[in-house]
Design a protein around this ligand. Structure first.
Ligand code: FAD
Length: 405
């Protein structure tokens, strides 16, 4: 039995490690494996999330149900035990995020290469797969270094984000050539671009805010940290929101920020009233510095329609209500999500309806498997994406090893 694995990323290397009873060749177009893995977790590689599966699933944005089988068979704790067996020492940090003790993603890559090679996999570097055909039950894999024949093929080519790491969407073409449906690749876990000119806010980092995006008649809210970029917003809450809205129409979409989520409108109004009373002879613009970052005050004032020069003792009830409303609902118009190449994850990919969730085998073509980001599965930050890539890689590797035994 001969198996080809296309792609030496997280999913491909894990598939290789688990593909037994087979002569396995892994094709990687780059000069080394795991180029994207290398940059994960800011170079530290948050390789999974050490939580119970019932806590893992809600972090999968697309493909939650599909992932149940592969993750039940290979939950985070088993992944950690497996990598531990191959010498990787790991630690669990805040939010159950798992990292190598060394804080070096290169150690995760070395471990995966060790695991793949220990199962006898031949890794062919600098070899890009151009096309795959099936003739008389045999797969013909054409590469830029020649043609090869295989009984099974596992496509683990990743998505299209950060294409300089090698993921340029080649797997989608292979999937389509076999009649598979590929749902449109969209940016996930990315910045959001705004119509508003936010250059004056660039670099402003906010903690404990609540951000809400309304798009396509739906509304999503997240609490936590975010920051302003030159042309929009980014940071943890924004990355999460981008993944929730990336399949919705964004024309007319709006972002609203609540700068004081811990205060009810009534409590905020009392606070404003007391501040204005205490600082009766000061300009509003100055009074508000006790409540808001300086850079956002002009925007809050202009959206509320109140002059920055009004003194504390001249603020009317209506002005106070308008200000309070804008402190809790400062509005921006969404232009688009950031370019897909800058997205942490590609949302979209090979349609899950056409894939067996236990084996990752195509329901259309026997012996053809898909694993990792090439599938229409994406999750939130916290190690969930790699957790899914490893679980689908393992499932495909085991199944391909057993096929036609
Ligand atoms: C900046 C950044 C940080 C991230 N941090 C984290 C994190 O900390 N935790 C987390 O869970 N997720 C993280 N992710 C997401 C995670 O990296 C991906 O989900 C994961 O790498 C997907 O694995 P994969 O094997 O499917 O694809 P990839 O890792 O992209 O691997 C695909 C491989 O296939 C090769 N390939 C492609 N086409 C061909 C071809 N035609 N022939 C031969 N080879 C080919 C590519 O060169 C590549 O090596 C991060 C992503 C980015 C961009």
């Amino acid at each position: 039995m001969k198996t080809a694995i296309i792609g030496g990323g997280a999913a491909g290397m894990m598939a290789a490690a688990f593909c037994e009873n087979a002569e396995v060749t892994l094709f990687e177009r780059n000069e080394k494996t795991g180029k994207k893995l290398y940059i994960t977790g800011k170079g530290r590689c948050n390789l999974t999330n050490n939580c119970a599966l019932y806590e893992f699933y809600p972090n999968i944005v697309n493909g939650q149900k599909f992932m149940i089988s592969a993750l039940t068979a290979f939950p985070p704790q088993e992944l950690m035990a497996f990598l531990g067996k191959y010498g990787l020492r790991m630690k669990t940090e805040r939010g159950n995020r798992v990292f190598p003790v060394s804080d070096k993603s290169s150690d995760v890559i070395k471990t995966l290469v060790r695991a793949a090679e220990s199962s006898g996999t031949e890794i062919k570097l600098n070899t890009r797969v151009i096309s795959v055909k099936k003739e008389n039950g045999i797969f013909i894999v054409a590469t830029d270094c020649g043609e090869y024949k295989f009984d099974n093929v596992i496509v683990a080519t990743g998505g299209v984000s950060y294409s300089s790491t090698g993921s340029t969407g080649d797997g989608y073409g292979i999937a389509r050539s076999f009649g598979h449906t590929v749902s449109e690749p969209r940016p996930g876990l990315c910045a959001i671009e705004l119509e508003d000119d936010v250059r004056s806010l660039q670099g402003l980092s906010l903690k404990n805010v609540r951000a809400t995006v309304k798009a396509g008649g739906k509304e999503f809210t997240e609490f936590g940290e975010m920051l302003f970029t030159e042309s929009g917003v980014s940071g943890p809450v924004i990355l999460t929101l981008s993944s929730y809205v990336n399949r919705l129409p964004l024309s007319g979409a709006a972002l609203s920020i609540d700068f004081k989520p811990a205060l009810s409108p009534e409590t905020l109004d009392e606070r404003l009233s007391s501040d204005f009373g205490e600082m009766r002879n000061k300009d509003l613009a100055n009074i508000l510095t006790s409540l808001l970052p300086k850079a956002v005050i002009p925007r809050v004032l202009s959206q509320s329609g109140v002059s920055p020069h009004v003194k504390g003792n001249s603020v009317t009830r209506e002005m106070r209500f308008a200000l309070g409303y804008c402190v809790k609902h400062l509005k921006f118009i969404v232009r688009s999500l950031a370019d897909i190449n800058t997205a942490i994850i590609t949302s979209g990919g090979v349609s899950l309806k056409e894939i067996n969730p236990s084996t990752m085998e195509s329901k259309l073509v026997e012996g053809l498997y898909f694993a990792g980001e090439v599938l229409d599965v994406d999750a939130l930050t916290g190690g969930f994406n790699l957790g899914c890539a490893f679980a689908t890689g393992r499932a495909a590797g085991i199944a391909a090893g057993r096929n036609k035994e």
